[in-house]
Design a protein around this ligand. Structure first.
Ligand SMILES: *Cc1c(COP(=O)(O)O)cnc(C)c1O
Length: 428
């Protein structure tokens, strides 16, 4: 498989774009080699600039849950584009979107649209601070909540991939208000809450962590956080940018049976267009302007093209709930197949999975938090990644990212992926 055009494009890109990319993980820096420049995609397949085909396990980092260039979305965008791409005034479509989401998701009385997951999380924190009159937040090591200043402390995703511990440009004042704990360590969170009693506005968590591989909450962890927040008057924020509309129609709240006070969305909610949202219980969301004085705004928020793309996807997921069973079954099938070939290989490994999120770790210990994800054999992951890419399987270019299945994947695609893994392991 030749990738000369991608190589040329990467050289050219670096002359005008920092590192040649508009988002760091795309640069393949941690796995080495040249990132592929993508020309188009259809269903479960990506096509690069050299015309090579790949089975896609990134799904644009989550959004393309029904596959690429999904016909109803393409048609809807085409139709709505003819009415103008933005008005800067309210539309009925935004109400339909909010009503649809409220019908799918628990605990959302009011919801505000934004244009990215970062904006959603940044705004949710501001709301929690405005509501409680407190400054500090607790987040978890290896969780990623976007690139807003408050979250760039022990963050996962690209920061973990590039081994960036502290970010120049984030002031000490801001990072001092972000407290961190290890994921799944409830006792540490309780201790921190006692140490800073009356100062903590919010606990923000990925209900299933997807930015350090796929890491499941241990039994009792989310329940314990919920109880702690109730006892201490802390706003409990579920960052469902990744899990929302992916794990279930009602996201992780539904899948895990845990109520959040505020919830953030992104990725799937936009069907591949730039959309995020934050929402939650009425008494908290009422502080948001123009109802209250916590200011939050966006020129392109609720953009009609973005809304119709998101609405079309969510509506499909809502009316055809069998999609979640299909995705679960496909991912379980992949899990079983990978298990079989990895077991036969006789080297330590761990596979974590929930619903259509799955990750493979070359580890001899359970992967339950950032430290255990980071101490896996990530050199081996790099080799596995490249060996798979050479066979036309596009995995996330980092051991610190979950894989995302899309429902356009066929069982033949999954078989090819399992078989490719068998060949790659023999090569490692
Ligand atoms: C991707 C992600 C974000 C950030 O969303 P962007 O749209 O990239 O700004 C926030 N939280 C989680 C859990 C994410 O996975």
């Amino acid at each position: 498989m030749t990738t000369n055009k991608s190589k040329e494009l990467f050289e050219r890109a670096q002359l005008s774009i920092p590192g040649g990319v508009n988002s760091p993980v795309r640069a393949f820096k941690s796995v080495g080699g040249t990132p592929l420049f993508i020309q188009k995609a259809k269903g479960a397949y990506l096509y690069d600039a050299d015309g090579n085909q790949y089975i896609d396990y990134i799904a644009s980092w989550g959004p393309m849950i029904l596959g690429h260039a999904y016909e109803p979305v393409v048609k809807a965008i085409q139709e709505y584009a003819t009415y103008s791409t933005s008005y800067g005034a309210p539309t009925e479509l935004e109400i339909r979107m909010a009503e649809l989401i409220k019908g799918m998701v628990p605990n959302v009385d009011l919801i505000r649209m934004v244009s990215s997951g970062t904006e959603a999380c940044m705004s949710a924190i501001r709301v929690a601070r405005g509501y409680t009159g407190r400054n500090k937040i607790i987040k978890f090591e290896g969780c990623y909540h976007g690139h807003a200043d408050s979250f760039l402390v022990k963050a996962g995703s690209g920061l973990a991939t590039l081994d960036i511990q502290t970010v120049p440009g984030v002031t000490g004042g801001v990072s001092n208000d972000t407290l961190t704990c290890a994921y799944n360590d409830l006792d540490a969170v309780k201790a921190l809450a006692q140490q800073h009693k009356g100062e903590i506005a919010a606990i923000i968590v990925e209900p299933v962590a997807g930015n350090m591989g796929c890491i499941l909450p241990q039994p009792g962890f989310m329940e314990g956080l919920r109880q702690l927040c109730d006892e201490e008057g802390i706003v409990f924020i579920f960052d469902e940018v990744m899990t929302g509309f992916r794990l279930a129609p009602g996201g992780a709240q539904e899948k895990l049976g845990i109520d959040a006070d505020l919830v953030t969305y992104g990725k799937v909610i936009g069907g591949g267009m730039p959309v995020g949202a934050f929402g939650g219980k009425r008494h908290i969301m009422e502080v948001v302007a123009p109802l209250g004085s916590v200011y939050q705004a966006g020129t392109l928020s609720g953009n009609p093209i973005a809304m119709i793309a998101g609405f079309t996807i969510l509506n499909e997921l809502n009316t055809n709930r069998g999609i979640y069973t299909e995705l679960d079954e496909k991912t379980a099938y992949l899990h079983r197949g990978l298990d079989e070939v990895l077991k036969a290989w006789c080297q330590p490994y761990v596979i974590n999975r929930l619903g259509s999120m799955i990750s493979v770790h070359f580890s001899d210990h359970a992967v339950t938090d950032f430290a255990s994800a980071a101490s896996a054999n990530n050199e081996r992951f790099k080799k596995y990644f490249h060996a798979m890419l050479n066979r036309g399987i596009y995995l996330p270019p980092s051991a610190f990212e979950s894989w995302f299945l899309n429902n356009a994947l066929s069982y033949a695609d999954l078989d090819r992926t399992i078989e490719a893994t068998r060949e790659c392991l023999a090569e490692l």
